[in-house]
Design a protein around this ligand. Structure first.
Ligand code: PLP
Length: 388
């Protein structure tokens, strides 16, 4: 089945074209407004605010958190988006470690990374699975930290019965092509705080004739994009069922393998399909990683090894500092910061041991029959690798 772009999308697009108003506007009858209201209802929050990508949603969230030069934002280290949004506003990403079973931010490590400079935290609900959001919310409340959820992959994912994007001060969703719901490109902020919502519309994010007290860049979504989004939202539950079935099929393929470890899904979580992943533990069973990779390539299973290969802070862009703003002091040696925090090996030992072990495969826009074929190839690769 995968995606359908059909009569409903055409109907809404036609309404936009007939209205003659293609650019973003915020009246009750606008497509952007209708998409926002429907999305807020889906996530179970009071408000949603359109953006043109999740990246700019994250940027908007960092801006309104008040983080900037001299402040730290706690990020997780598997994917780099939270850290990029942080350095864009000259704040310093400080990395909390993840849990081995779930690959998600570890609340204990969050506590250990709080300093008097901590302004915000960005938790990634990675690959359709929510982090321990109630506990992270509690920590943020205790310490006056602005909580941002990166929900780029977590449409349809729940923690303790509440949708991702409803625990943070704001949640940030992506509608880029590879995501559960796509508008081509697009993003959404979710929130229940009326002060934040009113502030955004008061000029924080949208700008106006005069500068406001926040960095108000125009990261708008246009009316045609929202028309597609509004229609896709009515189809998304079918997609989610399909992706989650795809996930189940891939999990089943390695379920009996002693050296490929499926991701842990805590009892409090509802996971949705996005990227399927397991961990290579063959080194603990006398198997050779390079040989397994070769076998996988020979049988033709389209798997990815190692994902980002190393934690965000170990990539040159962060580790060498100089690449960020072309100046070695900015932002991590910024005179406003005055901390000896550095990006070095050992910051997040669990992530360092885990990332290279990740074996993954995409589930979005892959028909279920094709996923079954891939699962069979994975079974075959396991069998060959075990024969030695
Ligand atoms: C975790 C995460 N956050 C943010 C983004 C950025 O999304 P967008 O492409 O909508 O800017 C991505 C993109 O894949 C992502 O994986």
């Amino acid at each position: 089945m995968t995606r359908i772009f059909g009569d409903l999308e055409r109907k809404y697009l036609d309404q936009v074209l007939t209205s003659g108003h293609l650019s973003y506007y915020h009246e009750a009858d606008s497509m952007t407004r209708r998409f926002e209201e429907a999305f807020a209802e889906k996530v179970g929050v009071k408000y949603a605010v359109v953006r043109n990508t999740a990246m700019t949603a994250l940027g908007t969230a960092v801006t309104i958190s008040g983080a900037g030069p001299g402040f730290e934002v706690i990020c997780d280290p598997i994917v780099h988006f939270s850290a990029m949004a942080t350095v864009y506003f000259n704040a310093v990403p400080r990395f909390a470690d993840i849990k081995y079973g779930t690959y998600l931010m570890d609340p204990d490590s969050v506590r250990a990374n709080i300093t008097d400079r901590t302004k915000a935290l960005i938790v990634t609900n990675l690959w359709g699975l929510c982090a321990e959001l109630d506990e992270i919310r509690r920590i943020c409340d205790e310490h006056g930290i602005f909580m941002i959820e990166d929900c780029a992959h977590s449409m349809g994912s729940y923690w303790k019965g509440k949708h991702s994007g409803s625990y943070g001060d704001v949640g940030c969703f992506s509608f880029q092509q590879s995501k559960q719901l796509t508008t081509g490109d697009g993003g959404m902020l979710t929130m229940s705080r009326s002060d934040l919502h009113d502030g955004l519309y008061g000029g924080w994010a949208f700008g106006g004739e005069v500068p406001t007290r926040y960095m108000a860049l125009n990261y708008r979504m246009n009316e045609m994009t929202a028309a597609v989004g509004l229609a896709q939202l009515q189809r998304v539950d079918n997609y989610l069922d399909e992706y989650t079935e795809n996930l189940r099929i891939m999990n089943e393929a390695v379920a009996d393998c002693a050296w490929l470890r499926n991701r842990e899904v805590p009892a409090d979580a509802v996971q949705t399909g996005y990227i399927w992943a397991c961990l290579w533990e063959g080194d603990q069973h006398g198997l050779e990683y390079e040989r397994f990779k070769k076998v996988v390539a020979e049988v033709g299973a389209p798997l990815r090894f190692g994902f980002t290969m190393k934690p965000t802070y170990a990539h040159d862009f962060f580790a060498e500092g100089t690449k960020i703003y072309g100046h070695p002091d900015c932002p991590i040696r910024c005179p406003f910061y005055e901390s000896d925090y550095t990006y070095q090996e050992g910051l997040c030992p669990v992530a360092e041991d885990l990332i290279w072990r990740i074996v993954s495969g995409g589930l979005i826009e892959v028909p279920t029959d094709e996923v079954k074929r891939r699962a069979d190839l994975v079974r075959k690769a396991i069998e060959i690798a075990e024969k030695g």
